[in-house]
Design a protein around this ligand. Structure first.
Ligand code: MG
Length: 406
């Protein structure tokens, strides 16, 4: 039987804003859909901070009404770029700690932790690890509630149990009694229309739903919904975590420099730095690339794009740099300063191929492995080539607009 974990951010947009801006912390704030104070006032509250909720602000409430209830309410326009950055960080944590993940909305996701957790004791530990890692990656104020259970429906119900910061585990043997304590409308998928229909045939709780035969439910609700209702009342769900992530078609990195590059040494250093970044990402995905392409953009915005098919796939920075450098020499217009450099790799083969018989290649692989372990532990800038120390290229931290404390 599967062990499913559901993660749900608490007051998501508002917590991200409070994490990003210390001046908003501890204050009642509301995120609205519109920009500009006039439009904001005609908008609705998309998310309210915990402080605002305590003062009676609810979602979705017209902003005017929220302001009447809570005059000190601070209004902020939604900033989706910021929120999706945090969602990505949460998904990365889930991916590292589970077999499969499925994003459910901007602030919710499921993870199948069956083989990693093994049992519900293991699941409790994994859930705590995930919570700590999300706090580390997204900031302490972006807290999550976690639910664990044998199905997605139960896990989602459980994560809503205690907020903020809850952790609720529902073991398979507890599912029926757990459901019996819940109103039908708490289950994701049982909407208002279904509730009305159920009530019209005398069903108002999980106990009464369990008394209805499958034949009756199928007759009333058509096969798909009828069977789903019949099963869900018994804690049965066939819909597992649906991981739709496909392997990427290409992995690359481009960088627009703070000042245009003119000198060979400077160009080489930065190209090497970009090659190392791409190589690291390839190795993280356990890929080797069979094709490398280079993008050069000059200060007048004209550009060159050129690629090369490799006979042997690569995933180390130096090899990628060598090919990119050959391509650059072929196309570069030496009269124009360079504004942007980018390297993209594609035609991947999997790393789990037989190890090379050559001692030189084996040594290189173990050196890269050691390097990746260090970077994993101490961060991407912990280790770099001496040649790239002076590169102006630095990993951009995120899509955050301002330099706020994370
Ligand atoms: Mg939420």
């Amino acid at each position: 039987m599967s062990i499913i974990l559901h993660v749900d951010f608490n007051s998501f947009f508002a917590s991200v804003e409070q994490q990003a801006n210390p001046f908003l912390r501890g204050k009642p704030i509301a995120i609205t859909g519109k920009r500009g104070i006039k439009d904001m006032k005609r908008s609705i509250v998309a998310t309210a901070s915990i402080e605002a909720k305590r003062l009676g602000v609810k979602t979705p409430m017209p902003v005017m009404e929220a302001k009447r209830i809570c005059p000190e309410l601070i209004l902020l326009p939604g900033d989706m770029r910021k929120y999706s950055e945090i969602t990505d960080r949460m998904l990365r944590v889930l991916r590292e700690n589970s077999d499969k993940i499925e994003q459910f909305s901007t602030d919710e996701a499921f993870a199948d932790i069956t083989s990693i957790a093994q049992d519900y004791f293991g699941a409790t530990i994994i859930a705590q690890i995930i919570r700590n890692q999300i706090a580390q990656a997204c900031g302490e104020l972006c807290s999550v509630s976690i639910g664990v259970g044998p199905s997605k429906t139960i896990a989602k119900l459980a994560s809503g149990e205690t907020k903020p910061n809850g952790l609720t585990i529902v073991q398979p043997s507890e599912v029926i009694s757990y459901l019996d304590k819940k109103p039908l409308e708490d289950v994701c998928g049982i909407g208002r229309a279904t509730i009305k229909h159920l009530e019209s045939i005398g069903i108002s709780s999980f106990q009464t739903l369990r008394m209805a035969s499958m034949k009756k439910l199928v007759h009333e609700f058509k096969p798909i919904t009828g069977m789903w209702l019949y099963n869900i009342a018994r804690g049965i769900e066939h819909d597992g975590v649906n991981d739709s992530q496909e392997d990427p078609k290409s992995i690359g990195h481009s960088y627009t420099f703070a000042h245009d590059l003119e000198f060979d040494a400077e160009i080489k250093t930065n190209l090497l730095s970009i090659a190392d970044t791409v190589a690291l990402r390839l190795r993280k995905m356990k890929f080797k690339a069979g094709h490398i392409s280079l993008l050069v953009r000059y200060n007048d915005f004209s550009s060159n794009h050129i690629g090369i098919k490799l006979t042997n796939s690569v995933n180390d920075g130096l090899s990628i740099y060598k090919y990119a450098s050959q391509l650059l020499n072929k196309v570069r217009d030496i009269n124009k300063p360079i504004r942007l450099l980018g390297i993209s790799t594609s035609q991947f083969s999997n790393l789990e191929k037989p190890v090379s018989l050559f001692l030189k290649d084996q040594k290189m692989q173990s050196a890269l492995c050691a390097q990746d372990c260090i970077l994993e532990k101490f961060g991407n800038r912990a280790l770099c080539r001496a040649a790239t120390i002076s590169s102006v290229f630095q990993e951009r931290a995120s899509g955050w607009h301002y330099d706020h404390q994370l």
